[in-house]
Write a new protein. Structure first.
Length: 363
C-alpha cells in the first residue's frame, strides 16, 4: 500500500496540545493509578488486542487504542501496558492504553540497511528462534547470522531450530555455528509425514516468550501450527474485531502455548533484520571471552581492521582454545551486519509496506 493511501489513525491527525502554561501538567495527565494491567498480543493498525489481567481468573481479551498522551511511543506485541476506559472486553468496546511498562528486552530492526529508522519489532521476549531448513531450501548462513546479531543485541537467547532433518544430517549445517555454542534443536518428518522432534522444541519454549523468525519455505508455519494447534495461523478467518476477512498469518501475534507456560510470537512480516543501527561494540558484548582484548584496540576500532587487538588476544590463548574460531565467527557476524540483503530474497514491496505498517516507530 503506498504511504499516501495509508489508513490514518489518531497519530496522523493530531490536535495541537495546549499552549505551554495554560494548564497544570498534572491535571492534563492523570496518573491512571487504576489502570488494568494487560499484555499486548497483537497490533493491527493502531488497534491492539490485549490480554487483560493475564494469568488470573479475570483474564480476558480487550481491544484497545493507544491514548494520545503516549505521544509517539508505539505499542508493540509483547508490551506490558495499562488500560483504562471500557476494559470489560465485551464486543465492540474499546479501551485506551495509557501506560507502557518499561521493556525488559527490545528486538529491533531498521527497515533495511539504508533506512536509519529503528523499529521495535517485539518487546519483552526472551528468546529468538531462528528457523531454518537443513535443505530444500538450502540454509542461508548470512540470514541466520543476521538474526543472531539481532538476538545478541536485544539481549535475547538465540536458538537454532533446524527443520527437515530427515533430508540431511543436521550436524553438517550446525558446524557453521559451532564456535558460537548455540543451543539447537532439530525437527524432521516421520515416515507418515508426521512432525518429529516437537517435544525438544517445546522443552525450550516453556516458561519463555520466544520470537520465531525464518524465511518462506522453511516450515515455520507448520511448526507454529503444531506448537499452538488452536491458533489457526495458516488459514484465513474473519477478524472478530474489525469484521473484515483477512489472512491471519500476515500479522504478528503472540500465541500462548497450550497449558499457558510460554508464548510464541510469530513474525510473518519479518523476513530479515536491517541492522544499520547495530554498532560493533554491541555485538562484541555477546562474546565475553573476547571483550577484554578490546582494551588494546585503537579508539573507535571497527574490530575488523589491521590494528585491531582482538587478533593478538585470541592468539595468546587468553580467550580460551576456541578463541581464534570465536573471533572468526564474531567477524563474520559483523560482516553479516553490513549490506546483508545482497544474497537474500528481496521482500516484495507490498510486504515491505505491510510489515512497516505493523511496526511502531521508536522514539
Ligand atoms: Zn578492535
Amino acid at each position: 500500500m503506498p504511504v499516501s493511501a495509508r489508513r490514518y489513525d489518531e497519530d496522523d491527525v493530531r490536535v495541537r496540545p495546549n499552549r505551554r502554561g495554560s494548564r497544570p501538567r498534572t491535571k492534563e495527565r492523570p496518573a491512571h493509578a487504576d489502570a488494568v494491567p494487560a499484555l499486548v498480543v497483537e497490533v493491527d493498525r493502531g488497534r491492539s488486542t490485549c490480554l487483560a489481567e493475564p494469568g488470573t481468573p479475570a483474564q480476558r481479551t480487550v481491544v484497545a487504542m493507544r491514548a494520545r498522551e503516549l505521544g509517539r511511543t508505539g505499542v508493540v506485541v509483547g508490551d506490558r501496558v495499562g488500560l483504562v476506559g471500557d476494559v470489560s472486553g465485551r464486543p465492540d468496546t474499546l479501551a485506551r492504553i495509557v501506560r507502557i511498562e518499561e521493556r525488559r528486552t527490545v528486538l529491533r530492526r531498521t527497515a533495511d540497511d539504508t533506512d536509519p529508522v529503528e523499529r521495535v519489532v517485539v518487546a519483552n521476549a526472551d528468546q529468538l528462534v531462528v528457523v531454518t531448513a537443513v535443505a530444500d531450501p538450502e540454509p542461508r548462513a548470512r540470514m541466520v547470522d543476521r538474526c543472531l546479531v539481532a538476538a545478541y543485541v536485544a539481549g535475547m537467547r538465540p536458538l537454532l531450530c533446524l527443520t527437515k532433518g530427515d533430508l540431511r544430517p543436521a550436524q553438517e549445517v550446525l558446524s557453521t555455528w559451532a564456535p558460537l555454542g548455540l543451543d539447537a534443536v532439530v525437527t524432521s518428518r516421520g515416515p507418515g509425514g508426521e512432525l518429529l522432534g516437537l517435544e525438544g522444541v517445546l522443552e525450550r519454549l516453556r516458561g519463555r516468550t520466544s520470537v520465531l523468525v525464518g524465511h518462506s519455505g522453511v516450515g515455520k508455519s507448520t511448526l507454529v501450527n503444531a506448537l499452538v494447534p488452536d491458533a489457526g495461523r495458516a488459514t484465513g478467518h474473519v477478524n472478530a474485531v474489525t469484521g473484515r476477512g483477512r489472512h491471519t498469518s500476515t500479522s504478528m501475534a503472540a500465541l500462548q502455548l497450550p497449558g499457558g507456560d510460554g508464548w510464541v510470537v510469530d513474525t510473518p512480516g519479518v523476513r530479515s533484520f536491517g541492522l544499520a543501527h547495530v554498532q560493533p561494540e554491541a555485538v562484541l558484548h555477546a562474546f565475553p571471552d573476547l571483550l577484554p582484548g578490546e582494551e588494546g584496540c585503537p579508539r573507535g576500532c571497527t574490530h575488523d581492521e589491521p590494528d585491531c587487538a582482538l587478533d593478538e588476544w585470541a592468539a595468546s590463548g587468553r580467550a580460551g582454545t576456541a578463541g581464534p574460531a570465536r573471533l572468526a565467527s564474531f567477524r563474520r557476524l559483523l560482516a553479516a551486519r553490513r549490506g546483508g540483503e545482497r544474497d537474500e530474497e528481496r521482500p516484495r514491496e507490498r510486504d515491505r509496506d505491510h510489515s512497516r505498517d505493523r511496526e511502531a516507530p521508536e522514539d
